[in-house]
Design a protein around this ligand. Structure first.
Ligand code: NAD
Length: 274
């Protein structure tokens, strides 16, 4: 049997010479301009603040009202942020949102498609209007925003798109057929866009959060039985917090992930591994 040699760099520059910067430097986002949708609350707010902490200028999008509080938090920490509002259930909203961001920053290097909505009904009774709203907000607007932002990224030779998928990109759920269909679509769209744009220097990846403690899951958290069942099944034995997602978001927005594209990174306390 061949003896295994320990992994060794001849010197540190061997490890870093392709970039001439150290590993932690490759997580920095200084000089980058980001747009984060759904940044007024929950996961989107935490992601927007984390990208700013890593050095990016951030456009914080909110639904009915601009995500001004998130932008203010960023500015209070010395970062640069602007806030806009756009109802993404309307097909014209993505273009207006991208135009506002371009006017403010001159370009978009990082797009985080985080905004999402969930409407619960029995599948047999699911109103078409609600189906259309969920599909437009969770999937079609993700395609529209990606398409609009990719034009500038292609011209500049690169960029990062991070989509927020879900456990229901893989599982069907109960009473959420539109949400499951939309998030399954987000996972597939991530791969489709990654394939087409990899050669243009754009990486398109997704994060699949597990059960995170936000507004989105307040009904589940309040339901004693469902809350207990969920906790019993999560190997980490706790709900995720918004900050649990921020390391993955910064990583997938940074040069540290330049050879990763079309991936769906589960941040779920082990749920899908079980
Ligand atoms: P949240 O309700 O706090 O955030 C959702 C955001 O989407 C809000 O800021 C809201 O303004 C925005 N939004 C909703 N409808 C919109 C519309 N019509 N137009 C524009 N923006 C709209 O919940 P969250 O948990 O922070 O959700 C963020 C993302 O994470 C969503 O895509 C959600 O599906 C996904 N997700 C959440 C969990 C979880 O456990 N919380 C799990 C998996 C995936």
């Amino acid at each position: 049997m061949r003896e295994r040699q320990p992994l060794q760099f001849r010197n540190m520059s061997d490890a870093t010479q392709h970039t001439n910067i150290g590993i932690l430097q490759r997580f920095r986002l200084h000089g980058k301009r980001a747009l984060v949708t759904g940044a007024a609350t929950g996961l989107g707010a935490a992601i927007a603040i984390a990208l700013a902490e890593a050095g990016a200028s951030v456009a914080c999008h909110g639904n009915r009202r601009a995500a001004e509080q998130t932008a203010e938090t960023i500015r209070s920490k010395g970062g640069e942020a602007v806030a806009f509002s756009a109802d993404l259930s309307h097909t014209a909203s993505p273009e207006a949102l991208v135009n506002h961001t371009l006017e403010a920053f001159g370009g978009i290097d990082i797009l985080v498609n985080n905004a999402g909505t969930i409407i619960r009904h029995e599948a047999a009774e699911y109103p078409l209007e609600d189906w259309m709203t969920v599909l437009q907000v969770n999937l079609t607007s993700v395609f529209q925003l990606s398409q609009l932002v990719a034009k500038g990224m292609i011209e500049r030779g690169g960029g990062k798109i991070v989509n927020i998928a879900s456990l229901l990109s893989f599982q069907g759920g109960i009473r959420v057929p539109a949400y499951a269909a939309s998030k399954g679509g987000v996972a597939q769209l991530t791969k489709a866009l990654a394939n087409e744009w990899a050669s243009k220097g754009i990486q398109v990846n997704a994060i699949a959060p597990g059960y995170m403690r936000t507004e989105n899951t307040s009904a589940l958290q309040a339901d004693e039985t469902r809350n207990r069942q969920i906790l019993e099944r999560i190997p980490a034995a706790r709900w995720g917090e918004a900050d649990d997602l921020t390391g993955a978001a910064v990583f997938l927005s940074s040069p540290a992930s330049d050879y990763i594209t079309g991936a769906i990174l589960n941040v779920d306390g082990g749920w899908l591994a079980r």
